[in-house]
Structure formats: C-alpha cells, structure tokens
Design a protein around this ligand. Structure first.
Ligand code: ZN
Length: 471
C-alpha cells in the first residue's frame, strides 16, 4: 500500500498540471506534504480525500458524462423539451449511480422561445450579419424592423445624442472589459434606448474577440418603458458596422425576430444525496445550474458545473464512503433567465437553511488555472484553507476569496451559510459564454477530473469534520 503522500504525488503526475509554486504566508503553507504543520483534525481526513482524488483523476467518467449530456440534449433553455428530458435523464442516472433520495423539486419558471431570427444590412449593400436575440426579448413584426443604424459607445453618448435616437436601431459598441462592467449594455440597453424612441437595440457581444461568435444572455426591461427587441452581434460585426458609420456611410438594417414569452413552464431542480451516517440533517450543498442558453449544449455554462459537483457524490458512492453529514447535489433549473430554481430551493428548504453547513457552486467553468474560493468567517476559512492545502499536488492554489453562486445564494443568505465556489480561468470562460461555441471540445477531460477531485475533497472535509464549520 502506498502512503497517502505517495498517492497524492502519483496523482500529481497523472494530473500533469503545471504546479504553481505560490508564495504563501501561513505556517501550514509549506511545501506540499509538510503535514506536520497541519492541524490535527485534518489528518484523519487525508486518507479518504486521497482516495477520492485518485479515483477522480484516474477516470474520464465526468467528461464522458458531460459529453453525453450535451450531445443528447443540446441547449437546455427553461421550458424547452430539451431541458425537461435532460432533467429526467439526470434523475434516472443519479439513481443508477446509487445516490439516495433522488427527487425533483418542481417549480414554475419563465418560458422564452427564440423563434426564427435574422439581421441584415440593407444599405449600402445587402449583406447578412451574425446575430442572436437576447433572452426575454420581444419579437419584431413578422416583416421585421427596417431602420437606420446609430452607433454609440456608452450610455453617456446615448444620452448626449438623445435627439438622434428616435426611429433608429441603436448599436452599443462597447468593448469588453469585464463581464460585470460590460453586461449592463446587454441587460439594460434596450430599455435605455427605448426611453429616447429607438426601435430596437444591438449589443456588441459581451466577451472578448472570438471567431465571429455572438453571445446571447438575458435582457431586463424596465416596467415603465416600451419593450423593444434586443439582439447581440459578434465583435467582428459590431466593428464592421462601426467602421461603416465612422466613414460617413449611412447604414440601414433589417432585424427580424419571432421571439416570444409564453406562460410560465413547469420545471424542476434535480436533487440527489449521500445521506449522512451520524448527522443526516446537516447538509453540505453542492451544485450548478442545469439549464443553459439554446445555441449550444452549455458545456461550460453550466453543464460542467453540474457534472463535477455530481461527480463528487458519485465518487463517494463508488468508494463506499459515507460521511458524517449529508452531501446533497442540486442541479438547479432556470438560473439563466429567472433564478427560479435557486429561489424554489430557498423556499422549499427555508426551515433547514441553518442546517446547511457549507454550500458550494461551480458556475464559472473549469478552465485551468482553476481555484477554490471561500466566503465565511476567518476560523472557517482557515479550516478550509488547510483542506485545500492537501490539493497543492494537484495544482490548486491556496484557498482564495469569492465563495458562493447565483443558485446557492438565496439559501446561503437565509441560513448564513459559509459558501465556496470552484472557478476556472475567466478569459477562456467568457470567450465562449452563451455562444454556439460552448461545446465539450473546449474542456479537457483532465480539467473535469481535477474539478471533481477538488470539490469531492472539500465536500468530504465539510461533511466529515467532527464539528460543523463555524459561522
Ligand atoms: Zn452559468
């Protein structure tokens, strides 16, 4: 039998991840393997964590399952048959894995359908553009909207030139800085332009330059303003339109969108567990969101987040590891255009909110370099940092800030729950985010295995430690 340290060293070789030697300041943060500095409560967990890590790194099961999900069901927009069937598949597959108390938590959720859509330059010369309507958008009349184009680079410019907006299609040609900064033009752009009489808006895709990939995503209408259609165009198409206008060429566009919002649909969260052996009512909650935008299978957003959290529980089952507390996997519905899954979970489990000892979400991909983040009090942070230290041979950096996620946020808020997040490299993530390029080819099997290993390790620690994480 190899020692635990030998197992972790072997796993390092298998992982073939560049080991990032990060300068760190705490006494227990020496070279990997300096277990002497680790607090006593960690040692009894090391063996099982090693087994979980080794089992994950030695398998492509996670990637294979992600491919099966994306290949079989494609995009999984809330309300679609695709999502409904994928939910049934997930519950069945969880049962086959041997997860316990597998069930659906039903909820109503917004139901938007894209319909046929197109965008064309009409003058100076007819030419089709690439586009994706924004989620929640109203459609155009059947023959489309044909109108002169106006290009602005900011909301300030829109306001300054308000008198020119009436009767136009407005393009927000705003370069991507960060998702948080730029997404406001996608979300709020249509209502802001409608305020000054625009007929429709286009937004330069919220993401870095890709291969002419449009990024969809939700818009939010302001209740007191007319609802006008909104669509996204790739960076290249936005550049082209902006260059034409800068040369003084009057451009006329025709936008056609058959989008509509139907009555709320039936949807559901998929829940499966490993029931705790001593304190089954205390819960470590792990999950991602199972819905996705429709142009691709949503491999990275957020199929992989569902798969890697689910893998953590499947690995425990496979190794016949039953933790002290319950590990609960939730594949949340409707994160992209309503968050009804996260809200339904909060409402359904409100009475047990404080029994959630830790909640982890994976919804920023698993692209290397990936990391684990934590939000909670200092003592709990130190405890989880000591656990994440065990993952240094896999290439995980020290525990960072930034726990949480959209879906676990509501229950975590009610229960004051310490939260974690597994996050991948954001540059790669936002390159394909909400695009037709969000496919499984972008994700390496090793990245899926490593993410599952990291989540399994911290989940096992939180579910097995003698006293629950302090809060
Ligand atoms: Zn997401």
């Amino acid at each position: 039998m190899p020692t635990r340290r030998q197992v972790l060293a072997a796993v390092t070789a298998m992982a073939a991840a560049p080991h990032r030697a990060v300068a760190r300041g705490r006494p227990s943060q020496g070279a990997a393997g300096s277990a002497g500095a680790r607090p006593g409560w960690v040692a009894p967990l090391e063996g099982d964590i090693s087994r979980l890590v080794t089992a994950s790194m030695g398998s492509t099961q996670g990637w294979d399952r992600l491919a099966e999900l994306c290949d079989t069901f494609g995009g999984r927009l809330t309300g679609s048959r695709n999502l409904e069937l994928a939910i049934e598949w997930a519950a069945e597959t969880m049962r086959r894995d041997g997860l316990e108390h597998v069930r659906l938590q039903e909820t109503k959720a917004p139901y938007w359908v894209r319909g046929a859509e197109s965008l064309d330059i009409m003058t100076p010369v007819a030419s089709p553009l690439v586009m994706l309507g924004l989620g929640g958008s109203v459609g155009t009349p059947p023959d489309g909207l044909t109108a002169p184009l106006m290009v602005v680079r900011s909301f300030d410019e829109l306001r300054t030139r308000a008198s020119e907006v009436t009767g136009r299609i407005v393009l927000y040609d705003v370069p991507f800085t960060s998702y948080g900064q730029t997404v406001t033009y996608r979300a709020a752009g249509p209502s802001q332009a409608a305020r000054f009489g625009a007929l429709a808006t286009l937004v330069r895709s919220v993401g870095p330059m890709g291969l002419r990939t449009p990024h969809t995503g939700a818009l939010t209408y302001q209740a007191d303003l007319p609802r006008i259609p909104g669509a996204a165009i790739p960076v290249e198409d936005a550049n082209r339109l902006a260059r034409l206008v800068a040369r003084g060429v009057p451009v006329t566009l025709r936008l056609r969108m058959a989008a509509q919002t139907l009555a709320d649909a039936d949807s559901a969260n998929v829940i499966g567990e490993i029931t705790g052996r001593e304190r089954p009512d205390e819960v470590v909650l792990l999950g991602g969101h199972f819905d996705s935008w429709d142009p691709a299978g949503g491999a990275s957003d957020d199929g992989v987040g569902c798969i890697v959290t689910w893998e953590a529980a499947r690995l425990m089952k496979q190794l016949a590891l039953r933790p002290r507390r319950t590990v609960r996997i939730v594949l949340f519905t409707n994160e992209e255009n309503g968050l009804r899954g996260g809200l339904a979970y909060r409402d359904g489990f409100a009475a047990d909110a404080a029994k959630h000892v830790m909640a982890l979400e994976s919804d920023i991909g698993v692209f290397e370099p990936m990391r684990l983040g934590f939000t909670g009090n200092d003592r709990a942070r130190q405890m989880m940092a000591d656990v994440v230290d065990l993952l240094r041979p896999l290439g995980f950096p020290p525990l960072g800030p930034g726990g949480g996620g959209a879906d676990i946020g509501p229950i975590a808020q009610v229960g004051q729950v310490p939260t974690m997040a597994l996050s991948g490299d954001t540059t790669q993530y936002f390159q394909i985010h909400h695009t037709p390029a969000d496919t499984v080819e972008r994700i390496a099997p090793r990245e899926v295995a490593k993410a599952a290993a990291g989540i399994a390790a911290v989940a096992w620690a939180a579910a097995e430690m003698p006293e629950a994480l302090p809060r």
